[in-house]
Design a protein around this ligand. Structure first.
Ligand code: F3S
Length: 284
C-alpha cells in the first residue's frame, strides 16, 4: 500500500515564515516578553505551545497601547499602518512577519491612494488581512465581497479607481466582480493580488483524492479552508476522513486499498501531518 502526502499540505509559505520568526525570537530573546498581535495561526495547539514558551497574544489595539515593553510579532495577515505607529510611540520592538504577498498589497494601496485613487478591496470585510490593507489607504477604502455591493457602487465619473484583492479570495469571483466595475466605465486599474497557495493546495488535493482509495484531510473543524478541502476530496473519493489529530483517526483498511492520500488545511502544523502519515505507513 502506498501513502501519498500532498506537497502543499499544511502551512503556506507566509505562515511557515511567521512560525519560524516566532521560534527565532523565542531563542534570541530569553526573558524578554514576546507577544503576537492576534493569534499567530488558527490552531489552538500551536497557540498553547507558544504560550508555554512565554509568547502571549495581544488581541486588541487597546491592549497593544497599554504595552510598555517587549517584542510584538506581526503575523502573516499583516496590520494597518497605525499599528506600527502605536508600537513606535510606545517603544515596543516590532518584528514584522507579514507575508511578502500581503506587504505588496499594502505598498500598492499606499501608493495608489496617495495619488488620489479610490481603493476598492475585493474581500471579506472584517477579515484581519482586509482590515490591515484598509489601513494603508490614505482615504477610506471600500470593501466589496458580493455582486450586489459591486452593482451598487458609484463615484464621480472622473475619479480613478484601484482594485486589489484579499490574498485568499476566489479567483473566479474576483473576475466577476471586476467585470461589474469595468462595465460601469470608470477609469480602473486592477491588480490581481490573489495568492495561489490556497488554489494549489486544493488542486493537488483533488488530484490525489481522484487516485486514492482512502483520503485523509487533517485540520480544525472550524477551519473553513479545511472544510473546503474535505468537500473537494469527498467529491473525488467517497472514503474521505476529516480529522483534527491522529487521535480522531479510526481507520480499518481492507487489503484491497492501494493508495491512501493525505492533505491538510492551512493551519495544520507539520508534526501533526507527519504523525498521521507515519501511523498509516507503519500500521497498514
Ligand atoms: Fe499564505 Fe502569504 Fe499566500 S500567508 S496564503 S503565502 S499570501
Amino acid at each position: 500500500m502506498e501513502v501519498k502526502k500532498a506537497k502543499s499540505a499544511g502551512f503556506c509559505f507566509g505562515v511557515k515564515k511567521a512560525m519560524e520568526t516566532v521560534y527565532q525570537q523565542i531563542e534570541q530573546n530569553q526573558g524578554k516578553p514576546i507577544y503576537t498581535f492576534g493569534p499567530l495561526i488558527h490552531n489552538e495547539e500551536v497557540v498553547k505551545e507558544l504560550k508555554s514558551k512565554g509568547v502571549e497574544v495581544v488581541d486588541t489595539v487597546e491592549e497593544l497601547k497599554n504595552l510598555k515593553e517587549g517584542i510584538v510579532i506581526i503575523r502573516s495577515h499583516g496590520v494597518s499602518k497605525d499599528i506600527y505607529k502605536i508600537m513606535e510611540e510606545n517603544g515596543i520592538e516590532c518584528v514584522d512577519a507579514t507575508c511578502p504577498f500581503v506587504k505588496r498589497i499594502h505598498k500598492i494601496v499606499e501608493k495608489e491612494s496617495a495619488v488620489g485613487k479610490q481603493i476598492i478591496i475585493i474581500g471579506n470585510d472584517g477579515h484581519p488581512e482586509v482590515e490591515g490593507i484598509k489601513g494603508w489607504s490614505s482615504t477610506p477604502a471600500i470593501v466589496v465581497e458580493k455582486e450586489a455591493e459591486a452593482l451598487e457602487f458609484s463615484c464621480k465619473s472622473d475619479e480613478k479607481i484601484c482594485i486589489v484583492s484579499q490574498t485568499t479570495f476566489n479567483y473566479n469571483k474576483f473576475q466577476e466582480l471586476v467585470e461589474i466595475f469595468e462595465k460601469k466605465g470608470y477609469d480602473i486599474s486592477v491588480v490581481n493580488t490573489i495568492c495561489n497557495a490556497t488554489e494549489e493546495r486544493q488542486t493537488e488535493a483533488k488530484k490525489i483524492a481522484a487516485e486514492a482509495d482512502v483520503m485523509i484531510v487533517i485540520g480544525g473543524t472550524h477551519s473553513s479552508n479545511t472544510r473546503k478541502l474535505y468537500e473537494i476530496c469527498k467529491n473525488e473519493c467517497e472514503n474521505t476522513h476529516f480529522i483534527q489529530t491522529l487521535g480522531d483517526l479510526n481507520l480499518d483498511l481492507p487489503k484491497s486499498v492501494r493508495l491512501v492520500g493525505i492533505t491538510a488545511g492551512a493551519s495544520t502544523p507539520n508534526n501533526i501531518i507527519e504523525e498521521v502519515q507515519n501511523y498509516v505507513r507503519i500500521n497498514f
